[in-house]
Ligand binder design. Structure first.
Ligand code: UDX
Length: 438
């Protein structure tokens, strides 16, 4: 079995490395020469725990290769996965499919013998059909099938998610393609992973329905958190109390500054647009998009009010810039809304993130970048936790207090315990639980 993976972004690189770990011969293709050269030298383009070792081991074993030449990669492949980007198109919120279609054109020219072409990128319903049309137009006599196989991995735990998924979804009605896909995922049959075989359109829809549902679940608990603050309830106990109901489930009920990242913001917007165009609007998701965008902005006001109503002339130490821990990804991170708003309100911002500093500098520009958590809060008027990296959870509270100018902590990820913060004499603001002091 030979697999070609087109695109070495998050999904492509992790999937390629994991398939090779399954024992399949994989060749990863990317147009970016520098990226491929660096990958060949073992330098990862992204930070993802365990990825470097996985790549190194499989390259050594001869199962994982890299190339910039799509033709070379595709020629002998049984399956070609399209894992290129599908960013939000400027202006209309739709997914930009130009990279997917360009890949389809090139694959059509290069494929040889029966080939399964798999869309792994998140693509709107109907994209598989269009990919098939493009390839058929170029190669009327070729033997091929276009399959949808969405990826559900989370950044930061991508390898574990890929190797031990809750399920695998495969959209095709072509028998030969099913056999090829079964073969590729054979190791997951051994661990009894549910494999959902369905139509291509249904598979494409499953991915969007999953991501928009999760975005709605987060947004729900965020709004409940706001209400908890008003009525004197504790959102953590509410989340536990409802999450123990198997119909609701415990996961994705952690309140925070609003969801970000490479998937939820983009996919919610894209599905809203698709639904509107089909005259079947998804009003819940429209509201989710709106509420989440406003929430990120409102978080800056929460910080300002924790600082006594104004941050003009004050220094704010921000811990965490990435959209979540264990990644250097800054896409749609709440920090991108919150920090500019604080600067606009007259604050000086000092910031630290264990992995995202380079990315942050490109996007946030001129703030004070620090080397560690305590350096960031040195002499600051307030400390703000924006991303729940483990190293921010275990910080010594006495030392935080003596390092800050004022003992003000705004914890937008609820990593500290309000009772303990009160005992230590902090003015402590969190999400969905009683805040203290001020
Ligand atoms: C998500 C999906 O989980 C994954 O299945 C899909 O393939 C890609 O999108 P990812 O974006 O990597 O993965 O991160 P995830 O852990 O899902 O978090 C997304 C956002 O939601 C983050 O901003 C996170 O902070 C936020 N979140 C998540 C919460 O605010 N509360 C929660 O309870 C869970």
């Amino acid at each position: 079995m030979r697999v070609a993976m087109i695109g070495t972004g998050y999904v492509g690189l992790v999937s390629g490395a994991c398939f090779s770990e399954f024992g399949t011969d994989v060749i990863c293709v990317d147009k970016d020469e520098t990226k491929i050269a660096r990958l060949e030298d073992g330098i990862m383009p992204i930070y993802e725990p365990g990825l470097d070792v996985l790549v190194e081991n499989n390259v050594k074993a001869g199962r994982l290769k890299f190339t910039t030449d799509l033709k070379v990669g595709v020629k002998d492949a049984d399956a070609v996965f399209i894992a290129v980007g599908t960013p939000t198109r400027r202006g209309d919120g739709h997914a930009d499919l130009s990279y997917v279609y360009a890949a389809a054109e090139e694959i059509a020219e290069a494929m040889d013998g029966f080939t399964v072409i798999v869309t792994k990128s998140t693509v709107p319903v109907g994209t598989g059909r269009e990919v098939e049309r493009i390839i058929r137009a170029k190669r009327p006599d070729a033997e091929f099938a276009v399959v949808s196989n969405p990826e559900f991995l989370r950044e930061g735990s991508a390898i574990g998610d890929f190797m031990r998924p809750d399920r695998v979804v495969i959209g095709t009605t072509d028998e030969r393609a099913r056999d090829v896909m079964r073969d590729i995922y054979r190791p997951l049959y051994l661990i009894e992973t549910p494999i959902v075989f369905t139509s291509r359109e249904t598979s494409e829809m499953i991915k969007y329905a999953a991501n928009t549902f999760l975005a709605a679940k987060i947004t729900f608990i965020n709004e409940i958190a706001d209400l908890c603050e008003k009525v004197g309830a504790d959102v953590h106990d509410v989340a536990r109390g409802i999450g123990l109901d198997g119909r609701i489930g415990k996961k994705f009920l952690h309140p925070g500054p609003g969801y970000g990242g490479s998937c939820f913001p983009k996919d919610t917007l894209a599905l809203v647009r698709t639904a509107q165009e089909h005259g079947s609007p998804l009003r819940i998701i429209e509201t989710v998009v709106d509420v989440n965008a406003k929430r990120k902005k409102a978080m800056a006001d929460r910080i300002i009010s924790a600082c006594g109503g104004s941050v003009a002339g004050k220094t704010i130490g921000i811990l965490g810039l990435a959209f979540k821990p264990n990644t250097d990804d800054m896409r749609d991170a709440p920090s991108l809304d919150i920090i500019p708003a604080l600067i606009k309100a007259g604050a000086t911002v000092r910031a630290f993130d264990p992995e995202a500093m380079e990315e942050a500098q490109k996007l946030l520009g001129d703030i004070v970048y620090c080397d560690g958590a305590f350096e960031t809060i040195e002499g600051a008027d307030a400390m703000v936790v924006l991303t729940e990296w483990n190293e921010f959870r275990g910080m010594d509270l006495d030392r935080i207090k003596s390092t800050l100018k004022h003992p003000i902590v705004v914890d937008l990820r609820n990593v500290y315990e309000p009772g303990e913060m009160a005992e230590q004499g902090f003015s402590y603001t969190c999400v969905g639980r009683a805040s203290i002091g001020g």
